[in-house]
Write a protein that binds this ligand. Sequence first.
Ligand code: UD1
Length: 420
Amino acid sequence: MAANSPVYGFLLSTANRLGDSSTNIFRSNEADIVDTVTRRQSGEPVRLLSVVGARPNFMKLAPLVTELSKLPEFRHRLVHTGQHYDDQLSGSFFQQLGLPRPDVNLEVGSGTHAAQTAEVMKRIEPVIEHYKPAAVLVVGDVNSTLAAALVAAKMKIPVAHIEAGLRSFDLTMPEEINRRLTDAVSDFLFVTERSGVDNLLREGVSRTKIFLVGNVMIDCLLRHRKLASQSNLLTDLGIRKKGLPVRDYGVLTLHRPSNVDDAKVLRGILEAIGEIAQDFPIFFPVHPRTQRNLERFRLTRLTSNALDRPASGLVLLEPLGYLDFLALNDAARIVFTDSGGIQEETTVLGVPCLTLRNNTERPATIVRGTNHLVGVDPDRIVSAARSALAGVRRMKRRPPLWDGRAAERIVAVLHRRLVD
Ligand code: UD1
């Protein structure tokens, strides 16, 4: 490969950022490769490589990075695939969650599923080849998760999947494909809820690989809840005024292709939520994909602008940072969403959540939490919202092990298996 080629430049800077003085990472086959076992025998820290790519990954990894940094036995490096690249979907999360700057950014950007997955695979292979981690940690179910897991597994590097075992049983969701395939090649399957263990056992995964540890996303929420309560967002939106109780309001998030790429479905959802929003404002932080479609289908007329501080209606907001979004959900009267993670977060916050999907891979949020599956039929959304609003305001019940200590348990397992 020519020394002036862009790929060479990328690999060279990767080598530098991974903190290795020998910058020629192509010679690894000829060089005297020190394998993991030898490194351990020589007292070198065990190398771990984590991979994140998209918004819901960042809050899952943050508690793990904190726990890993406490143990000198581990040397941890972080790869960002660049699947999400905007400050609103990525940069601000690193800053607010105290995540270190990624050691490597693969800068894959947007694309079709095939192109995005392939690009992550191509670009991460030399990074793994060079760093030779004892394990690669992947989180969640996005394209970056699957791509990194496939590459590591083929290089015979153990894969640790955090948030393994969840199943919606709906193969039209790209995330369901990502989850199943990632689990199939993983060596450590860290599971958030009991249903995940049952799913994996049913699929024939050996019990020795499965660890029910709780939920790292909830670790992150519990660690940041107090800080989030200092957010000025509610004041800025005119919801909180000095000396007065916080006014009722709702929250809506939508980004699933099945909900936002079809004009009829999207309009039906917005009209139904608009009906509920006659009584109080419902704030709608908009994902870039959804924003594009609101404009394309001329649906922005169903929404209003936050700057006008409307007392009711569906109010558009830019995508929010982690702390503002947590503050917004924490005091909400009701949340409507098609996200996976928000079903879990509202369960822990005790806020009623109506999920605008026909299935969920997180049944604990229904059985032990505040979540109701309502689908996308407008009449059903309205009637489910009315019953939820007539019910309890806050519910205090959580799935087992959603106690803020999942990352600790994961690191303990990795320590036992890789260091001890
Ligand atoms: C991805 C994940 C989804 C996750 C969601 C959170 C997959 C299959 N999907 O979906 O599971 O819930 O992230 O947001 O991995 N875009 C920007 N700025 C960015 C990134 C994307 O404007 O920083 C736009 C691009 O136009 C892009 C579109 O958003 O085409 C979709 O991004 P993409 O990463 O393909 O999927 P998400 O819908 O965000």
